[in-house]
Design a protein around this ligand. Structure first.
Ligand code: TNX
Length: 524
């Protein structure tokens, strides 16, 4: 029998298709194990989301994600005996707290995890597999994924003080973080240039401290200095804070508030001059840099104030951590202040560095008594580390290394890599930035665990985060431009196992991923 050549071609094409390895779906961050298999799941209006008790929130979000991408409005059903479903199942089969297994098969899709967080991350991967396509049937390529994060702490920081960002923007960033499996939002809420959180006991903090009368124009190094005359500011009410904390929790993100002390406090001093060493009258600062107007470390009233503030903060944020800053605190006033000097004498401290350490340790004791732990920038190592403090290493990795050797938890955020206020290209053709140059490739190549640490020290490195300082980032669009796609690279540093990381492969996936960023409305 003679076969028609066209028929032969078809047979050959089929044979090739079944032998040829399936193209790997582009997921960011890259999962631990992924195997593309032949075939598709056909999503249609009859597909149901079937979920275990306790997964209503995750199922609800999945319904929204699918509706957004495909226009299909799927029903959620708790009953297990259903066909044509996406099943969300809590299962001991997965033995890591944030891990998950996701399987897309011809007749169903299922996600299994030990925790609601694991299910959520499975959903985020699935979400990236679903094409952006309106229609009655949407094909999802079959795949088996088994995944878990490398680090438990995967973060992004945002400074809302130098420039203020409203609730909608914060929610947008939380959504973008969740899509990249990041789980810690470090919210920098107080600064020299603005106090941004309502504190009921101290209304002047937001009546006065949240507003400045002018702002530096251009770069801080430009001479002569120039200023605008625009009143600028804003703050979050406690109701808004609760709304954000809840929104974040639904997306498995813990919010870590930062209340800066003893430095970066000029807005607080502008509100209540008795917080400073000499009761000096100051304005909310209109420059960038490090102000000398810091909290007085001698007067008891400073500690009463901070304890009252932190009590309200502790009640608003259910997470275990409160960040207390601790960075860049000039000691010039303390050297001249009679209160600070008698504190040094009475507490038998060596010098102003030990006074700073006294300050932080005292605040730590207070917060520990409230069931909270502190994080501080690496300056908190100077003069002696508070006993239970976690160190955020920013002036390189040295602080983090020293802290890990003292058996303290560490979050690595060395400024040459993790600071997204640096240029990402150019600088020609780029908007004004603080300086430096940190490309996507630099971020991608970051290894947060220093080789100089031995294995038992290495386990103190909890993870890393991007820091978004906003002196030179006045608008949401500009912030997004600085954050993306560098945050995608950071997500892969945080999540993906080292052996699965490859820059050229990441860049290929990033091309496809750009559509997702566009869909999220992010300016890259
Ligand atoms: C240093 S990082 C600071 C911030 C600035 C930032 C600018 C840190 C603990 N302090 O106050 O905004 O550099 O890159």
């Amino acid at each position: 029998m003679k076969l028609h050549p066209a028929f032969l071609l078809i047979v050959m094409a089929f044979a090739c298709a079944s032998e040829k390895p399936q193209p790997q779906p582009a997921i960011i961050p890259q999962p631990l194990q992924m195997e593309a298999t032949p075939g598709f799941y056909r999503l249609n209006e009859k597909t149901r989301i079937n979920y275990d008790t306790g997964l209503e929130n995750e199922a609800g979000l999945l319904v929204k994600y699918i509706a957004f991408k495909t226009g299909l409005k799927l029903e959620m059903i708790p009953d297990r005996n259903q066909q044509n479903v996406i099943r969300l199942e809590l299962s001991d089969l997965v033995d890591t707290p944030e891990g998950y297994i996701l399987q897309v098969e011809g007749h169903e899709i299922w996600i299994k995890a030990q925790t609601t967080a694991g299910i959520f991350y499975g959903i985020q991967s699935l979400r990236q597999l679903i094409p952006f396509q309106k229609g009655e049937t949407v094909k999802i390529p079959a795949v088996k994924i088994s995944d878990e994060p490398r680090f438990p702490y995967r973060g992004m920081h945002l400074d809302v003080c130098r420039h203020f960002f409203d609730v909608d923007f914060i929610k947008k960033m939380l959504d973008a973080m969740a899509a990249h499996k990041l789980n810690r939002f470090h919210w920098h809420l107080t600064e020299d240039q603005g106090w941004r959180i309502e504190i009921k006991k101290y209304p002047e903090l937001t009546r006065i401290g949240a507003w400045r009368n002018s702002t530096l124009i251009g770069h801080a190094s430009d001479r002569p200095e120039k200023f605008d005359t625009i009143r600028y500011g804003g703050y979050y009410t406690q109701e808004q804070i609760k709304e954000i904390v809840e929104y974040a929790a639904e997306r498995h993100i813990t919010v870590i508030p930062e209340i800066e002390m003893p430095g970066h406090a000029q807005a607080a001093l502008a509100s209540y001059p008795w917080l400073g060493c000499f009761d000096q009258k100051v304005e909310v600062w209109n420059k960038w840099g490090v102000s000398e107007n810091v909290y007085c470390a001698g007067k008891e009233s400073t500690f009463d104030f901070l304890e009252n503030v932190l009590s309200e903060v502790a009640d608003l944020f259910p997470g275990e951590y409160i960040h207390i800053g601790g960075d860049e605190c000039p000691k010039a006033n303390w050297e001249k202040c009679p209160h600070c000097q008698s504190r040094i004498k009475n507490e038998r401290l060596e010098n102003e560095h030990e006074l700073q350490s006294y300050f932080i340790q005292r605040i730590e004791r207070f917060l520990n008594s409230k069931g909270k732990r502190i994080i501080g920038w690496d300056e908190i190592l100077e003069g002696g580390l508070a006993p239970n403090a976690t160190v955020m290493s920013w002036r390189g990795e040295e602080g983090g290394i020293a802290a890990a050797r003292q058996q303290h938890d560490v979050i690595m955020t060395p400024n040459d890599i993790c600071y997204f206020d640096h240029y990402q290209a150019g600088p020609e053709g780029e908007p004004l930035a603080i300086g430096g140059m940190t490309t996507v490739e630099d971020v991608y190549g970051y290894e947060p665990v220093p080789e100089v640490l031995n294995q038992s020290e290495q386990k103190y490195i909890l993870g890393t985060q991007a820091n978004v300082w906003t002196e030179y980032i006045p608008t949401p669009e500009h912030a997004e431009y600085m954050i993306f796609p560098r945050l995608c690279a950071m997500a892969e540093v945080c999540w993906t196992a080292n052996e699965k990381k490859e820059y050229s492969d990441f860049m290929k996936r990033l091309k496809a991923h750009e559509t997702i960023l566009d869909l999220l409305g992010l300016n890259q």
